[in-house]
Design a binder for this molecule. Structure first.
Ligand code: NAD
Length: 497
């Protein structure tokens, strides 16, 4: 495929740059997917100014009119799903069935938001005084910065951009520097859908050069950030410097699948294979800990390892590949660090993942799954820190209560799955584990756009994505109207002087 020349998109115009960076296929570094501008403060200033200007007229449209633009966009996305799926796989490395799922999830978000435009966006509520009507309404906040990661390069941007614009905000979108061409493709579709100038603007570049000035810009009302905990925490600190600026941070996880003694082990094995190794463990919700009742550990482990050994690693354009490459060399280094730390901390290695070399493997960061057993100890690096790679610990425990105690012993709280046939047990786990996304007899992965997506503790700051974002990008305002000829106040105040 010919490399695609991505450009910034500001005030309805495509803007080229002399300075560009390359986006390579992580499964085959010989293939250049495209190039994109290296942007900084100047481009960010232009994009924010365009969004600020675009806000004046965009906010005047009805929710339904704005939803109609999103509906047009959804139809264009539907047309382009196969192309988008292939581009996602070639640019971020995940197998083609996952590339398709990413694109379809993005489409679902567009369809959902197009429909949401026609449901009530506020309500009437009774006043204490009969002659008054009170309303609770949603109003947009202004210019929103959408900063997104590489691992869901179409779904996550749409989770945050679409609710923002539906509510009347305008957006500056900075996609991850690992997947600029998918960002460019989304912008082409927005352009084709005919959104007015300034409503959605796109600037490419690194976090430090482009993301940082965007976060700090005085005319940015809010930031919707999805990415690592370290950067998310930094973004929160920057936003705290401006009292008016709100921030939603969706960050990492140290997720687990809890397998209780009565679990159906077929479900348990499949849930852990999906949760542990889809996207090569590079999902925020990947299972990196399997917390299992000692009574069923031996049988589960034997069946799980047997299945994991069959995982095919390679270029995700081949339909039979289950695990693609790690996104970049730093991901490989992270995987190596976590593996070395686990061994140093006493892991009993069950599958010694290796760096794969030879043939096509020489052109990507390919590794095989690393699986180990470890008795629980507090304060271990490997059982508490996000590995974001195919790195899975099996931790035996005695019973449900200890399982949840071990589960909760990390700073994170994103996704938790429990495998059990007992409704009393899953209910107890539901109420005592710390997470934003919970599953029973399912893997720890599996978002749907009409559900809130987010975590607790260090995984998020309580503003979940997808369904949840409309709350975040709108002010809920109270508006009271008096229909009487005199003023009658609540709580007995009078006009007597
Ligand atoms: P990252 O934090 O390195 O980058 C995310 C985005 O932030 C990128 O666009 C990047 O350019 C930008 N950025 C980096 N430094 C910045 C700065 N100083 N100022 C402003 N922006 C900056 O994350 P990543 O490597 O792209 O993604 C992996 C991480 O994302 C993992 O920790 C994963 O768990 C997390 N993640 C979380 C969710 C969720 O919804 N909770 C979803 C996907 C990924």
């Amino acid at each position: 495929m010919t490399p695609i020349k991505a450009r910034n998109y500001i005030n309805g115009e495509w803007i080229s740059s002399e300075n560009n960076f390359e986006s390579l296929n992580p499964a085959d570094s010989r293939e250049i997917i495209g190039t994109a501008p290296i942007s900084g403060l100047a481009e960010v200033n232009q994009a924010v100014a365009a969004a600020k200007k675009g806000y004046e007229s965009w906010r005047e449209l009805s929710w339904i009119k704005r939803a109609e633009y999103i509906d047009t966009f959804a139809q264009l996305m539907k047309r382009d799903i196969p192309d988008l799926a292939e581009l996602i796989t070639r640019e971020c490395g995940k197998p083609i069935n996952e590339g398709r799922a990413d694109a379809v999830e993005a489409l679902h978000m567009a369809q959902y938001m197009a429909g949401i435009g026609r449901i009530p966006n506020g309500y009437t509520i009774s006043s204490e005084i009969a002659a008054k009507d009170a309303f609770i309404l949603r109003k947009p906040k202004g210019v929103i910065a959408c900063i997104t990661p590489w691992n869901f390069p179409s779904a996550i941007p749409l989770w945050v951009i679409l609710p923002s614009i539906l509510a009347g905000n305008t957006v500056v979108f900075k996609p991850a520097e690992q997947t600029p061409i998918v960002g460019h493709k989304l912008m082409e579709l927005f352009h084709e859908a005919g959104f007015p100038a300034g409503v959605i603007n796109l600037v490419h570049g690194t976090g430090e050069e482009c993301g940082d000035p965007l976060v700090k810009h005085k005319d940015v009302a809010g930031i919707l950030f999805t990415g690592s905990r370290a950067v998310g925490k930094y973004v929160q600190q920057v936003a705290a410097g401006d009292a008016y600026k709100f921030v939603a941070t969706e960050m990492g996880g140290k997720n687990a699948t809890i397998i209780l003694e009565d679990a159906d082990l077929d479900i348990a094995v499949n849930a852990c294979v999906l949760g542990g190794f889809k996207t090569s463990g590079q999902r925020c919700v990947s299972t990196s800990r399997i917390i299992i009742d000692r009574k069923v550990e031996a049988e589960f482990t034997q069946r799980f390892i047997e299945k994991v050994k069959r995982i095919k690693v390679g270029n995700g354009m081949n339909e039979d590949v289950f695990m693609g490459p790690l996104i970049e060399a730093s991901g490989l280094e992270k995987w190596k660090l976590h593996r070395a730390k686990a061994i140093e901390e006493g892991a009993e290695v069950l599958l010694d993942g290796e760096v794969l070399t030879g043939g096509d493997y020489d052109y990507g960061n390919f590794v095989s799954p690393f699986v180990y057993r470890m008795e629980y100890r507090p304060d271990t690096f490997c059982l508490r820190e996000e590995a974001f790679s195919p790195h899975v610990a099996i931790i035996p425990v005695d019973g449900m209560e200890q399982a949840v105690e071990v589960y909760n012993d990390t700073d994170y709280g994103l996704s938790m799955a429990v495998i059990t046939e007992d409704y009393r047990k899953w209910r107890w786990v539901r109420d005592h584990a710390d997470y934003g996304l919970g599953y029973v007899n399912l893997p720890s992965i599996g978002a749907e756009v009409h559900l809130p997506f987010g975590g607790v503790k260090a995984s998020g700051n309580g503003h979940p994505g997808a369904e949840g974002i409309l709350e975040t990008v709108t002010h809920r305002i109270a508006f009271t109207v008096n229909h009487a000829k005199e003023i009658v106040m609540a709580q007995g105040l009078t006009t007597n002087v």
